[in-house]
Design a protein around this ligand. Structure first.
Ligand code: GLN
Length: 232
């Protein structure tokens, strides 16, 4: 568990922009109001998420067992291997607990394998692979092809004045989105950052760059769902 500073400094996402001194890691503006954010820590790049979240006034908690979910205000699902995470979610007893909290509206940020875990439909998954189905997208595992296992590219992101550097590692390709899904960034015409209510998912790894702007958007969403988006 990582406790960071105490300055409230809450701001809605709409205030993001060139005038905002905290928009890159190391900036002075902190938000979070001391909320507790769980990071699913069964496998994958969960520690990098905790590092990004340490930019803000939030408490992070690694989630490995159902008990760890108690009192978390939001959850992050990291990159890794969605098949392995699916197995471990089941064997740890977490799957049903997480599913119940998501149904109750728990805000969640999923990155890469995390996006796959949230998706309504998964293509090229293992037959026994499970997902939570709270994000109305179809995600094809490793959808950018073996020859492009990893690539990096600058992305134009809604509500960000400057591009965000996207790191794609055996990334899922979002091949279909439902009407309730807002596309916040695209790469070559494919959605790579999407939002559906309190669910945000990226096909890339925002936690693997020092730029905490997307984590900040998530923290703001958790703290101010009403300001962030009135229909939440
Ligand atoms: N290809 C992985 C999967 O299917 C995701 C890769 C990642 O999270 N970097 O789960």
């Amino acid at each position: 568990m990582v406790e960071t500073g105490s300055e409230p400094g809450r701001r809605p996402i709409a205030s993001f922009g060139a005038e905002d001194p905290g928009r890159h890691a190391g900036g002075a503006s902190r938000s979070g109001g001391g909320i507790k954010i769980g990071v699913l820590a069964l496998q994958g790049a969960f520690r990098a998420h905790a590092s990004r979240l340490a930019e803000f006034d939030v408490v992070t908690r690694e989630v490995r067992r159902p008990d760890d979910l108690r009192h978390v205000d939001a959850l992050v699902m990291p990159g890794g291997e969605s098949t392995t995470m699916s197995n471990l979610l089941t064997s740890s007893g977490l799957f049903d607990e997480v599913k119940a909290r998501l149904s109750d509206g728990l805000p969640v940020l999923g990155t890469c394998a995390g996006l796959i875990l949230l998706a309504a439909e998964v293509l090229d998954g293992r037959p026994d692979q499970r997902s939570f189905g709270v994000l109305d997208v179809t995600a094809r595992r490793n959808g950018y092809g073996r020859q492009l296992d990893s690539f990096e590219t600058d992305l134009e992101v809604a509500n960000l004045d400057e591009p965000f550097h996207g790191v794609f590692i055996r990334a899922p390709r979002v091949v279909a989105v439902g009407p309730a899904v807002e596309v916040l960034a695209e790469h070559d015409g494919d959605p790579v950052l999407v939002r559906q209510g309190r669910v945000i998912a990226a096909a890339f790894h925002p936690e693997l760059t020092p730029d905490a702007r997307l984590h900040r958007q998530f923290v703001d969403l958790v703290c101010h769902p009403d300001i962030w988006h009135p229909d939440l």
